[in-house]
Design a protein around this ligand. Structure first.
Ligand code: SF4
Length: 893
């Protein structure tokens, strides 16, 4: 979008990914070209972006987009699709009742979308059956906040991370999951801030910390309770603060006395050295200004609420809340998880932090003019899909999320969707879930959406459109409003998104004498003022001022204004390991991918840090099972089986496995980690225990393997027993495969892959080593390359993949094509370390070997880490590892 002068138009918006909520500036060029930069004045990031945010411009193409409504796979008009969805929902409700329908929504939705979804389901359909995929991320923190503070209130702000003397990361690999915040804390650490990491894995966050407690899985509550007991013993609690502002201290003390709280007993139960536990307790006692961050590692547990409460208890007992640099701080995963929590996207809340207490419910019903407003919570995500599976729910609308991949036991989720009489999916792209849809509705994606999101520090920011809507895609709020109107409901006729936001803001202020979630200062925004809204933290007072920090006056949102400490008792995971499944499988996220890769999978640079599914395992466990680093391994649980590349590393505890959760059918159908996860939940929050499922692992033992490079992406060929992975490259698609069949199966695959390929064919075959190498060249350009072997030896793919960018292959390239590398050259860059500047591990290693001893020094030589800095923790780790090997000191600060 150039203006009349030809200059590119810069649009300020917010990043599509994590809960940091970074401000982004997009300079829009021709078509959908956009130059992305950090917004220098956005308070969340002050101009910084991580690798994912920096690559946003590479993800806005229209590949895989839904561009028109479809009914049973056939194109339909919006009028037809809207009418069908409205009719099927109405008919289902008429025949089977309000609770026979459900919405499953997403933290990718904007607040305006969330508000309309919730108003339609809870207000007018009259069922509580709307839940969000945020249930998978931070429902446990929400429940803990409500019990302790009286409402889902995040006390702190990012400035507290600058001001803290001590930051404790509980189950939070901030270096990978919230990189921009982590860089902020790295800067504070350089000024003397201390970092303690509580995590069974030695993550990049743990690697650079002052202290890492690699606790046994699910022993967090024991550790935090032990801390509180220790603080009491040494007189380091704030008795005045407790007397004035906190209830239940005595009950918590009494519950602590049920166990031996000595440091040695705690250390033994947590599986860590006594000295490490003592060091943590000393650091906590010494630092008034402590921020305790907690994220998925704490929340995704059958005791996630207790973990959050045990952290909050320590802060309430020491009065470290509502003060600069001191608070418990739940960090959210998604760009608008908070917006969903605020508007009632979760099944157990109504809207505006009102629940189902009769007076709350009646207030919301009056505001909406909706007498049928739900009177009870609906089904949470896991229960919702169980109800779909057993037939209680007969119509479901999935919005902007991919439960066929992301939910635990996702095989059962697929069965539920397949059996459901009516499935609607509104999304911007085709996903594993859209395969089950009767009706597909094309929604706007990032760069087209226009509305608001709330980040982890309660800061509301605008997402703005950079491009016009592609095809016939529409805003989610508008899709739902049209269905609601067609169902015959009043109150959905907004002229624009500003109207939706105004109504939402008015609801927060409606009859509000005590609710802190209050946007009264934003409830009369004109469309122009809404368009120009600057980032602001709620509560927003009537005069338009935001609020950085909550509970500054020691008053909470409980009836008596006092916070509540809640007794917490340590429990083991929901399912213990057994002889058949002796290990604990933990699933999580990686640095450069987001959710189910629908966006980040479009950016080749983001696919090369961890190109394919992997499983991390401790060296002794690997040795005991005959697994070597880089080989394929089978991971099996009571729910399913996956195959992934073994990464043998002592960063993993003995007995534990870790698998990233991102891969889908489109990229690696046999590498879907969440298909293995048991759907065990926290009984209060309903959040699944993604961090522990009993599992076993063994070598896959493929008999042949190979790769196929071609210009278009291919799905795994059906009917063959293959491990198939697709890795996007700049100029081609890399398909990796391995099998355990014989020559007949190899030949079958070769025929499928090469069918229809035209051009000059170059072939090398060696029956003795089972090698077959073929390349197709047409008009001087490389069309496809196929390498297969039974010996397991294959060249690196980097050079071959780069040849696809050449218009006219050189004679030298042609002559060495089937060697896989140019004469004398080392073509393998190793795994990508720096996604921004495409620097591989081999270049970083070479720089370190040549004497670079800090990330800055490595950056000077290679460029790695000099753009967004997301890879700096990894570079620091590589320096440390090389120093450890050579026994020389590292300076990795
Ligand atoms: Fe986006 Fe990265 Fe900022 Fe998260 S830290 S909002 S992913 S740029």
């Amino acid at each position: 979008m150039a203006d009349g002068s030809g200059a590119l138009k810069a649009v300020k918006t917010t990043c599509a990914y994590c809960g940091v909520g970074c401000g982004v500036t997009g300079a829009v060029g021709e078509g959908r070209a956009v130059a992305i930069a950090g917004d220098a004045v956005h308070p969340a990031n002050l101009g910084r972006l991580c690798s994912k945010g920096s690559a946003l411009g590479a993800t806005v193409g229209l590949e895989g987009r839904l561009l028109e409504p479809t009914i049973n796979g056939k194109a339909a008009s919006w009028a037809e699709a809207t009418a069908l969805v409205a009719k099927r929902f109405k008919d289902t409700i008429a025949k089977h009742g309000r609770d026979s329908v459900a919405f499953y929504v997403s933290g990718q939705l904007l607040t305006e979308d969330y508000y309309v979804a919730n108003k339609l389901m809870k207000g007018f359909i009259g069922s509580g059956n709307i839940d969000t995929n945020s249930r998978l991320c931070m429902a446990s923190a929400v429940a803990a906040h409500k019990q302790a503070f009286g409402a889902d209130l995040v006390p702190g702000c990012y400035e507290d991370l600058d001001l803290a003397g001590l930051v404790v990361f509980s189950g939070h690999n901030a270096a990978w999951t919230h990189p921009v915040l982590f860089r902020r804390m790295e800067a504070a650490k350089a000024r003397g801030q201390k970092h303690v990491v509580i995590d069974p894995r030695r993550t990049d966050t743990a690697e650079g910390a002052d202290l890492h407690l690699a606790i046994a899985p699910q022993s967090d509550v024991r550790l935090w309770n032990g801390l509180l007991a220790d603080l009491i013993r040494r007189g380091a609690i704030d008795r005045d603060y407790i007397a004035q502002h906190v209830n239940n201290f005595d009950q918590v003390v009494a519950s602590l006395l049920e166990m031996d709280q000595s440091v040695s007993a705690v250390a033994a139960d947590c599986g860590v050295p006594v000295e490490a536990v003592q060091d943590f307790y000393d650091l906590f006692a010494e630092h008034e200004r402590t921020v305790s961050l907690f994220s998925m590692g704490a929340n995704q547990s059958a005791q996630g609420v207790a973990k959050g409460l045990s952290i909050i208890n320590a802060h309430l007992a020491t009065g470290r809340i509502g003060k600069p640099g001191a608070c418990p701080f739940s960090i959210t995963g998604q760009p608008n998880a908070m917006g969903g929590r605020e508007t009632g996207g979760m099944a157990n809340t109504l809207a505006g932090h009102m629940d189902f207490a009769p007076e709350d419910r009646d207030r919301v019903a009056r505001f909406w003019g909706a007498p049928d407003t739900a009177r009870a919570p609906g089904l949470k995500a896991i229960e919702m899909f169980e109800a779909v599976r057993d037939g209680r729910i007969k119509a479901i609308w999935v919005m902007a999320t991919n439960p066929a991949v992301s939910l635990p036991d996702s095989g059962a989720i697929r069965e539920a969707l397949a059996a459901c009489p009516f499935v609607v999916v509104s999304d911007c792209v085709e996903t594993d879930t859209t395969a089950f849809a009767d009706v597909k509705l094309p929604a706007l994606g990032w760069g087209e959406k226009d509305g608001t999101v709330t980040n982890s520090e309660r800061r509301i920011s605008r997402q703005r459109a950079l491009f016009p809507a592609p095809g016939r895609a529409r805003a989610d709020w508008k899709i739902m409003a049209d269905v609601a109107t067609t169902m015959g409901f009043d109150g959905f006729g907004w002229a624009n998104n500003a109207g939706v936001f105004r109504e939402w803001a008015r609801l927060t202020a409606y009859e509000n004498t005590s609710r802190l979630l209050n946007l009264s200062g934003l409830s009369a925004l004109t469309p122009e003022a809404y368009g120009e809204l600057l980032p602001i933290q709620w509560p927003v007072t009537a005069d338009g001022k935001g609020t950085p920090r909550l509970f500054v006056d020691g008053r909470f949102q409980t009836l008596d204004g006092r916070a509540r400490m809640v007794p917490t008792r340590p429990r083991g995971p929901a399912e213990a390991v057994t002889g058949a499944f002796p290990m604990s499988l933990n699933t999580g996220r990686i640095r450069d991918q987001w959710h189910t890769m629908t966006r980040t999978g479009l950016a080749p640079d983001l696919c090369r840090h961890a190109p394919e599914p992997y499983v991390e395992i401790h060296p002794e466990d690997a040795q005991a099972r005959g697994l070597r680093d880089g080989a394929l391994a089978r991971v099996i649980t009571g729910r399913g089986e996956a195959v992934a590349v073994a990464k043998v590393t002592d960063r993993q505890r003995r007995g534990d496995l870790f698998m990233p959760m991102h891969w889908t059918d489109a990229f690696a159908p046999s590498g879907r980690a969440n298909a293995l996860v048991a759907p065990n939940i926290d009984p209060t929050s309903g959040q699944p225990e993604f961090k522990h499922t009993p599992a076993r692992i063994s070598a896959y033992r493929e008999t042949w393997t190979g790769f196929f490079l071609t210009r278009s992406s291919l799905a795994s060929p059906g009917g063959l027993d293959l491990v198939w992975r697709r890795i996007p490259q700049d100029a081609c698609q890399q398909h990796e495969f391995a099998g355990r069949g014989d020559a007949v199966e190899r030949d079958a695959l070769r025929k499928i892959l090469t069918k229809g390929l035209a051009g000059e064919l170059v072939t090398y075959e060696d029956a003795a080593s089972g090698a077959r190498r073929q390349a197709w060249i047409d008009d001087g350009c490389l069309v496809a390359v196929l390498f297969m072997t039974t010996s397991g030896r294959l060249p690196a793919r980097d050079w071959l993949a780069e040849l696809f960018a050449q218009d006219d292959l050189s004679a030298e390239a042609r002559s060495t094509l089937l060697f896989g590398r140019p004469p004398g050259a080392v073509a393998d860059k190793g795994p990508m370390v720096c996604a921004c500047l495409k620097v591989g591990a081999k270049a970083v290693d070479a720089a370190i070997a040549a004497g670079a001893r800090t990330p800055d020094a490595v950056g000077k030589v290679t460029g790695a880490g000099t753009n967004c800095g997301s890879c700096r923790p990894e570079i620091a780790r590589m320096i440390k590892a090389m120093a450890a090997n050579s026994k020389e000191p590292a300076h990795v600060g």
